[in-house]
Ligand binder design. Structure first.
Ligand code: NAD
Length: 358
């Protein structure tokens, strides 16, 4: 298969983890005879340095003509001063909007080998296999902002159409999985949440009667997520709640470093990135965990290129590597290898070896 893939390494540990993701993509292409053209472009803080803008026009043009985009992470202290003229994060919000990727999928499966890396008791983690679908291009992050000397406001708004399209993505996923959808809102307080709940209820009844739907309030859902996480299948929620809850859920898996994400719209083009940020505290040390990025590559092959077997091969290689004791510093434990850990590129080597033996 032929595909154009935009590669945006970004800032901090972004280039370190993306390097390993690219090696895996190239290995899969070679193994299966695919013709992937990978084109790198500046995005985020590095782009601000080079052009003054976090999302230069050339980068946006490349992304718009690509079949998929692989992103590392962006941002860092250098560009986060309160009076900064250009911010990496505004580039990311704009890229998501321009690509119209309104559904952010974040699978959280706790691999048995990593149960001890989590701060949650291992027995609570047994059988955890859930997917968050976070609305990504609406809500308070995109609403009008006001500010004067003593007051500030951020507008949160949602339309029926915005809620419907992200609910459909979540419902289709639930159909292909265990048939259960949990919609999280705060309909006891917010008008946008009341619209959200009414819309989800109506749409699910009309279009997905085979999926069981439950509604939950965001505060108690935050608690249940770490009390009985194995009960969830697919969770759909609005932008800001999803932002917060998905970071909470990622800790079930032991580290921010192991979780992938896919951002999808109406077509097959998608934006794929690990859920973590640029981790300035460890950038340049060569110790970042590349697993979240490599699993994002698997999602890219599955959702944008329709290469399910190749996606499964990568996931299998990662899980076998973890079973065999692969540990970067963030998931190191004394029970495994006496707490010793490998570097980012060594982790890539181990996963590539597993892939070659698949
Ligand atoms: P972060 O995710 O970068 O780091 C949080 C903690 O997790 C740090 O201790 C870090 O060392 C660790 N960590 C993260 N990824 C890891 C990995 N792959 N391997 C090992 N350890 C890992 O979050 P932060 O510190 O709050 O944010 C740092 C910067 O990243 C900020 O500028 C923020 O805006 C940006 N950010 C970007 C994105 C994105 O690009 N989508 C997402 C979140 C944060």
């Amino acid at each position: 298969m032929k595909a154009l893939i935009a590669v945006l390494p970004g800032d901090g540990i972004g280039p370190e983890v993306v390097r390993e993701g690219v090696r895996v993509l190239q290995a899969v292409a070679q193994r299966h005879g695919h013709d992937f053209t990978l084109v790198e472009a500046d995005f985020g803080g590095v782009a601000i340095e080079a052009t003054g803008e976090p999302l230069p026009q050339a980068t946006l043009d490349l992304c718009l003509k690509s079949d998929a985009i692989l992103l590392g992470a962006i941002g860092g202290p250098k560009w986060s001063a309160p009076d900064a003229k250009a911010r990496p994060e505004t580039g990311l919000l704009r890229l998501r909007k321009e690509l119209a990727v309104y559904a952010n999928l974040r699978p959280v499966a706790v691999h048995p080998a990593l149960r001890s890396a989590s701060t949650i008791r291992p027995e609570i983690l047994e059988g955890v296999d859930l997917v968050f679908v976070r609305e990504l291009t609406g809500g308070i992050y995109f609403g009008a902002k006001t500010r004067d000397a003593t007051t500030a406001s951020d507008l949160c708004s949602y339309s029926v159409a915005e809620v419907e399209r992200v609910t459909r993505v979540a419902a289709r996923l639930a159909q292909a999985r265990r048939g259960k959808l949990t919609s999280i809102d705060t309909s006891n307080v917010l008008e946008t949440s009341r619209l959200w709940r009414e819309t989800v209820t109506r749409l699910m009844k009309a279009e997905f009667p085979d999926v069981t739907v439950e509604h939950a309030l965001v505060d108690s859902a935050a608690m249940h997520l770490i009390r009985r996480p194995a009960d969830y299948d697919v969770i759909v929620t609005e932008n800001m709640f999803g932002d917060i809850l998905t970071d909470e859920a990622s800790m079930l898996a032991g580290s921010l470093g192991v979780s992938p994400s896919a951002s999808l719209g109406d077509g097959t083009r998608g934006l794929y990135e690990p859920i973590h940020g640029s981790a300035p505290d460890i950038a340049g040390k060569g110790i970042a965990n590349p697993v979240g990025t490599i699993l994002s590559v698997a999602l890219l092959l599955r959702h944008s290129l329709g290469l399910e077997a190749e996606a499964k091969e990568i996931e299998g290689a990662v899980y076998r590597a973890l079973d065999a004791g692969l540990r970067t510093a963030d998931i190191a434990s004394v029970e495994v290898n006496g707490g010793k850990s490998v570097s980012t590129s060594e982790a890539g080597d181990v996963i590539l070896r597993q892939l070659a033996s698949a």
